[in-house]
Design a binder for this molecule. Structure first.
Ligand code: GLC
Length: 736
């Protein structure tokens, strides 16, 4: 929690708010209550029709409509023209910034800095509320272990522990209780649930997993969001084991309400109610409305099923009126908590000077710095010598101001962004920079290979910026092949050849910066390119952040939060895998080294780059692991520490990680699970003992009886720089 940073709990049952809701409900007709349950998409082409619906009391919320003056116009229709005068809830996808666009959430998670994520969310809330938004469809907290899935870009990667920390932080930031805008923003954890487990990484596809995996892996970030007070949740498009989430009473009632006591509102995803027909669970929209409302969907996004059918369903006795009352209550509760009855309109003069403030842009730069992951740096090629006279900057993303914004950048603008060229010009004012696009992100043949090769021959060092367009990740953008697009690989290999010609002394060092919304499959780059920097889609300050890292103004500290495969065929691949009955003995083992073990005949088991991995311009040595509590009770804390020393020549941040393994349990347990991380800043030569105190109750799982518990017995523990290495110890949890 950032000091002095207060956030409100939108789940809180405040007696005054409940009394206000009671009073409102008592005045509403059934039709008006149903109106609260309807969310419509307004755009410039349907404003008049929407105003009519709103004035008729048929709408409770509007999504994806922007700008204070436009929103005030809709609000006046609700407050001053409709009979009940209930204000609208204005919702938008404020995923990684509103106008100050931050790096994509997957990049932010690579900072391993929840406080920073919280700050970024608060800034997004400042800008969005100043412009009239009340509710953001964020944080996206889906665990993703399949980089083919385009929406891996929107979350915090593959691990439930880190995902929960990021979920909590974002909710606290979005729901900051003292925004300068004088408004509030409700957070919405999505997509409930297990959307990241779609088969084949193909968006909207089937999800079929055990209740244990659902509870152990996919639900913890949602629970963390709700414990932080998130006021809403969005149901996912997918089914789980045959039951679509949008008609899933086990999810929406048993878990969310009965077990967790969630008091907020549940909104469906876009037309997910109507999609029950395509799922084959509803014969028509009437049945879809009945199934969704009956399962616990309080608000219907954009399908119109509720507006068309709920009143008739109640009249026919097919839908208890109590269901409508409860849904309307939850929606009105959020409107009261947001203060919409007291302040329905937004002061449109605020918006203009609320965007892109210097401190917001500075924070976006800090997040971009810390999200960059140094994947390879052979021979300490980086940082570049600032005295370099001529630098060739090549690639379709070298002077890009759009793709850099990433997926879900919404009202973010290209003109707000700095490209890598802008950044390098700022940090290397004396250097001649020859910038050549060389290829488009996607095209049949790279058109500028000749110009690129010429630029190489006229330079002392070569930096290439390659990767994905922002539309190659995000919703409905799954990929089956995960390398940089083919024309860019052709360009790269031509440039690589050009840098390996001529006398050794004349050969230009080659650095590749990758921009993407997901882990990429880059076996050729990983073996041939000496310096590799993963910069994600880093937002409006990414160009300067990348330049700062390339010249050493900033020492990179980011660490991967999703595994990078060697090949698509390894997917799903993640560090917290199970042992199986035939585990291989170590990374790099192939079939013929160990017959009849769990691996491939044509690829290693180990990933290209593992979860938790990231290099620095300095080096850190881990020594002296101490398990201070070799035996610990079920209600105790495991205390483990290690000395971390900066043995390099410059200061740096190191993200120290703690993993455990429950050796024997009534159900199989992952070979490693992250249970702690700390970011430490160490000057050259400085050392610090990094200490973790982990509540034993956090080492549990859902057992044979599907109840959460910790099983006494022996645990292995590691403290290290990544999931693939570290100092090992052990401790015993004893039965008390
Ligand atoms: C989309 C997405 C969801 C988003 C919603 C509103 O289809 O699945 O994440 O919040 O619609 O834009």
């Amino acid at each position: 929690m950032i000091r002095g940073m207060l956030h409100f709990d939108a789940n809180l049952l405040d007696p005054e708010v409940e009394a206000q809701v009671d009073e409102l409900l008592a005045k509403l007709s059934l039709r008006e209550k149903i109106g609260q349950m309807v969310q419509i998409h307004v755009h410039d082409g349907n404003v008049e029709a929407s105003l009519e619906l709103i004035a008729g009391g048929h709408v409770g919320s509007v999504l994806n409509y922007y700008e204070a003056s436009k929103l005030n116009r809709l609000q006046r229709a609700a407050v001053e023209e409709s009979a009940a005068g209930i204000p609208l809830l204005f919702a938008n996808d404020v995923i990684h910034g509103y106008r100050t666009i931050f790096p994509i959430p997957l990049a932010i998670s690579c900072t391993w800095d929840p406080e920073l994520a919280q700050e970024a969310a608060r800034i997004a809330a400042e800008e969005a509320t100043a412009d009239g938004t009340h509710w953001t469809f964020a944080p996206m907290v889906d665990i993703a272990r399949d980089p083919r899935w385009g929406r891996i870009a929107e979350g915090a990667g593959e691990d439930p522990f880190l995902g929960a920390a990021m979920a909590r932080a974002q909710v606290q930031g979005f729901q900051h209780d003292n925004l300068e805008s004088g408004r509030r923003l409700v957070a919405c954890a999505k997509h409930f649930a297990a959307y990241g487990a779609v088969e084949g990484g193909k968006d909207y596809n089937t999800v079929d997993l055990s209740e244990r995996t659902l509870r152990d892996v996919f639900l913890p970030p949602f629970k963390a969001a709700f414990d932080a007070g998130a006021g809403a949740v969005m149901s996912a498009f997918n089914e789980i084991a045959g039951v679509p989430c949008t008609a899933n009473a086990f999810l929406l009632q048993t878990i969310l309400r009965d077990e967790w006591g969630f008091q907020g509102l549940v909104v469906s995803d876009w037309d997910a109610v109507g999609e029950l027909i395509a799922h084959g669970c509803a014969a028509d929209l009437r049945e879809a409305a009945a199934l969704s409302a009956g399962a616990g969907i309080d608000m219907d996004m954009a399908s119109n099923a509720y507006r068309q059918h709920l009143e008739q369903l109640v009249a026919e006795g097919a839908m208890p009126a109590a269901v409508i009352d409860l849904a309307a209550r939850r929606i009105l509760r959020q409107k009261c908590i947001l203060g919409l009855f007291e302040q329905p309109y937004v002061d449109k003069s605020r918006a203009a000077h609320s965007f892109l403030r210097p401190e917001f842009r500075a924070k976006a730069l800090e997040v971009a710095h810390k999200s960059i992951v140094l994947l390879k740096n052979e021979g300490d090629l980086l940082p570049l010598d600032r005295a370099v006279r001529r630098l060739a900057l090549i690639g379709p993303l070298a002077d890009d101001h759009h793709e850099i914004l990433g997926t879900w950048h919404r009202i973010g603008r290209d003109e707000d962004a700095e490209s890598v060229l802008d950044g390098l010009r700022a940090v290397l004012p004396e250097t001649e920079i020859i910038c050549v696009r060389g290829s488009n992100v996607l095209e049949s043949e790279p058109a500028g290979v000749g110009a690129a090769v010429q630029a190489v021959s006229a330079s002392d060092v070569v930096v290439m910026v390659l990767g994905e367009a922002e539309t190659m990740s995000g919703e409905a953008h799954s990929r089956a092949y995960l390398g940089p697009p083919a024309p860019q690989m052709q360009l790269l290999q031509a440039v690589y050849e050009a840098t390996t010609q001529g006398p050794q002394a004349k050969r230009q060092p080659l650095v590749v910066v990758l921009m993407s919304g997901r882990p990429l499959v880059i076996p050729w780059l990983a073996t041939h390119i000496p310096a590799l920097v993963q910069a994600w889609h880093g937002g409006i300050r990414a160009g300067r952040a990348i330049a700062d890292v390339l010249v050493g103004n900033v020492n990179p500290s980011g660490k991967l939060t999703a595994t990078w495969p060697r090949a698509e065929g390894q997917i799903p691949i993640y560090y917290a895998h199970k042992s199986t009955g035939r585990p291989v003995t170590g990374p790099g083992v192939r079939q013929f080294d160990e017959a009849f073990r769990s691996h491939y005949i044509d690829e290693e088991n180990s990933p290209q780059f593992p979860f938790g991995y990231g290099l620095s311009y300095t080096s850190f040595r881990y020594e002296g692991l101490q398990v201070e509590t070799p035996v610990v009770d079920l209600d105790g804390e495991v205390v483990v520490s290690a000395m971390v020393r900066n043995v390099g020549r410059r200061a740096g941040d190191e993200i120290v990680q703690l993993y455990v393994h429950d050796l024997v349990a009534e159900v199989t347990r992952p070979v490693k699970e992250l249970k702690g991380f700390q970011r430490v800043s160490l000057t050259a030569g400085e050392e610090r003992r990094v200490r973790f105190a982990i509540p034993v109750q956090e080492l549990g799982f859902y057992g044979l009886d599907m109840a959460y518990h910790v099983e006494p017995g022996q645990f292995q523990v590691w403290i290290g720089p990544a999931s693939s290495s570290g100092l090992e110890g052990s401790f015993t949890v004893r039965d008390t």
